[in-house]
Design a binder for this molecule. Structure first.
Ligand code: 0GY
Length: 299
């Protein structure tokens, strides 16, 4: 069946985002940015990519902006997810309807034209995402990714990378040779059953310590935790260590609508209520939620 007539319904066995998230007790500082979230579809208007590895539920810009308001945030950074491939139209539409309160991270192919890159910039995109999870994306040669990075560097954009901790040694040389700011999704997906000062997370901390252009999102406890909601206690020390060690290079995001989760669906209000545990002072909270994302996306 051709892609444009394919009926795109959510994968069976997967769960949709929380229908009624709680209002958090923690109030983010004025100007707070949710720096990792997605919009999906609606599939009838923006079909999912034929090469996608999963089909999520539709998650609209209006639902995202309502959540933003409920949680006490002012801005969003919308990140292109693999299910939309390199078709950034849903992302661009959401930014266009945000009243200047959203920016984006896109996915592009090696043959993207300069005109297309410029249109993405004018549409609010400030970065590209490279995905190294085989369950999510097909392999792209490193030299192709490097050429993309070299083209977006003069635009002041950055590269967002998504990988799992066990793959860091193999990816290290590539990441450390990128000519841009590099933002790591979800703390490089550590195995949180290992000690926070054990060799695996130590290697990730070393990456940030030795390379001042590398940042980390302290996001996605719901994907990393073994103990689970509502407190996600086992993830807190990892996020807190990064926030306290690199206060000017950390970002926070909800990851709404939490694609690809099969175990449980987080209550986004509870995720926000974790923030004071990972950024324990008002100064750290302001850097994490306002100063850092504003510098990267709105400067
Ligand atoms: C996330 C995490 C996931 C999915 C994607 O691009 C994506 O499809 O990022 C995941 O499955 O871990 O950040 O949304």
């Amino acid at each position: 069946m051709p892609a444009d007539t394919e009926i795109q319904t959510m994968d069976p066995g997967w769960i949709c985002f929380h229908p009624n998230p709680s209002r958090p007790g923690f109030r983010p500082p004025a100007g707070a940015v949710d720096a990792h979230c997605h919009v999906f579809g609606p599939a009838a208007q923006f079909p999912f990519a034929p090469e996608r590895k999963y089909t999520p539920c539709d998650a609209s810009q209006d639902q995202l902006f309502a959540l933003r308001d409920l949680l006490g945030f002012e801005r969003n950074v919308i990140v292109q997810a693999t299910c939309h491939g390199n078709d950034n139209r849903a992302l661009l539409q959401a930014i266009a309807h945000s009243g200047g309160r959203a920016r984006g991270v896109a996915s592009v192919s090696a043959d993207v034209s300069d005109t297309e890159l410029q249109a993405l910039h004018e549409g609010g995109v400030r970065g590209v995402r490279f995905n190294f999870l085989r369950r999510l994306a097909d392999f792209t040669p490193r030299e192709v990714l490097m050429r993309i990075a070299q083209r977006i560097a003069p635009m002041g954009w950055h590269v967002v990378v998504y990988f799992e901790a066990q793959d860091l040694p193999e990816l290290w040389d590539f990441f450390t040779s990128l000519p841009t700011t590099v933002v790591v999704d979800h703390m490089g997906r550590p195995d949180v059953s290992q000690p926070v000062d054990g060799p695996q997370f130590e290697r990730f901390v070393q990456l940030l310590r030795e390379h001042p252009n590398i940042w980390s999102k302290v996001s996605c406890p719901e994907r990393l935790s073994l103990c689970g909601p509502p407190a996600y206690d086992d993830v807190v020390p990892f996020a807190r260590r990064l926030v306290e060690s690199f206060p000017d290079r950390v970002l926070w995001g909800t990851d709404w609508p939490h694609p690809n989760l099969k175990s449980h669906m987080p209550d986004d209000g509870e995720l926000v209520d974790m923030i004071p545990r990972i950024a324990p002072t008002p100064e750290l909270q302001h850097k994490l939620l306002v100063d850092n994302p504003m510098r990267l996306y709105w400067a």
